[in-house]
Write a protein that binds this ligand. Sequence first.
Ligand code: PLP
Length: 450
Amino acid sequence: MEKKEFERPYIKKIRAGVPSKFGMPVQAEPVTHIDGVPVAELITDFGSPLFVISEKSIRRTYREALEAFRSRYPEVQFAWSYKTNYLDAVCRTYHSEGSWAEVVSGFEYDKALSNGIKGSQIIFNGPEKSRDDIVKATENNSLIHIDHFDELYMVTEVAETLGKKPRVAIRINMDTGIYPMWDRFGFNYENGEAWDAINRIMMTGKLELTGLHTHIGTYMLAVNAYAVAASKLADLAVRIERKYETSIKYIDMGGGFASRNTLKGAYLPGRDTVPSFDDYANAITGALLNSEINPGRLPLLILETGRALVDDAGYLLGTVLANKRLSDGRRSTIIDAGVNILFTSFWYEHEFYPAKHTSDHLEETTIYGPLCMNIDVLRESVAFPLLRRGDNFVVKRVGAYNMTQWMQFITLRPAVVMIDEAGKPHIIRERETVDTVTHNEIVPTHLKSE
Ligand SMILES: *Cc1c(COP(=O)(O)O)cnc(C)c1O
């Protein structure tokens, strides 16, 4: 008979399946496969740590969101928020589903073009467009969303110089009952600035005002804020129609729907509490349909959802480097993925799972990354089974903002693999090497060795 491995006994508090003052008890069912591919195999083939993206999940979530809006409103268009995840394979997956591109820099704009998206299907947002960017966007017939008056003057000047009418919208910020208000972007609704910008655009005759845009915040749990925002945009659309006898083509409600991650300090897990796409769709389409907008000329509804579409599709796989006891006796586990590659661990209580069954014991554990920096904490405190050095773990819901905000700091960025709908893994971004970092460096001659 084979001798069983010894497991150290210890005393554990019984946890029932109801919330305590620390929230819900943590389940540690292992995640052994992703879309049918064994986690251990992915790590053997592509290394550790490793980001994995499920194409199936991207498509499923996208279709669910589209259906939620299409079933309630005649014309709906999604535009993929590049900054949320601009790996080409990810963007192209959204584009193949019919999504346009939503970009906030010249670099993202170029990336969208190289991903095969037509200029007329690129929405150019953000406060930092250069004159060259505006020229390019005008020539390509893109949708330029103006952020401030200085930009409005620049776009007008470009229009005069090129003798071409840029298609523009203005970004509008407003009080939706959510504070702090995101009033640093766009023109304010309540103080009349947005109406002023609209009139200036209409009066110059040099720009084509095609739409109205807002993006009220991110990880918005209050669906009613969207209803308020949509009503205010509808109000402006009606005023434009009344005063100028012309109607705008679209209302763009931006992004900001919450993903199913759990915010730090939240009492209940995000997967049980965040609103569904149906909830958001109801609020937005209800406000538009109930507005004074002429029903024969309902504008196209554009959505720039990022986080809620892609978060669930991303996984981070990694390996335990060591376990140790802190001076107060608390257990800590050190893993090979730091906060430099899992940026969202500053906001979320990420869900960590063992990649195989190890132990039935859960113990309060602090999970540290590998960086030689005190801030490198992935989870302050999580009930976790004992993983040994070399054991693998899986972090769920990391598809949004990590593969764009990650940085080379002490360690390099890992590879990214996408599992296609047939269950085949494809490498979509290579693991970085020292050359990735030194590629752009130049050593002055006097410091070079002979
Ligand atoms: C970041 C951003 C989005 C996407 O936001 P999510 O919260 O990820 O949905 C959409 N529109 C604009 C203008 C943005 O800046």
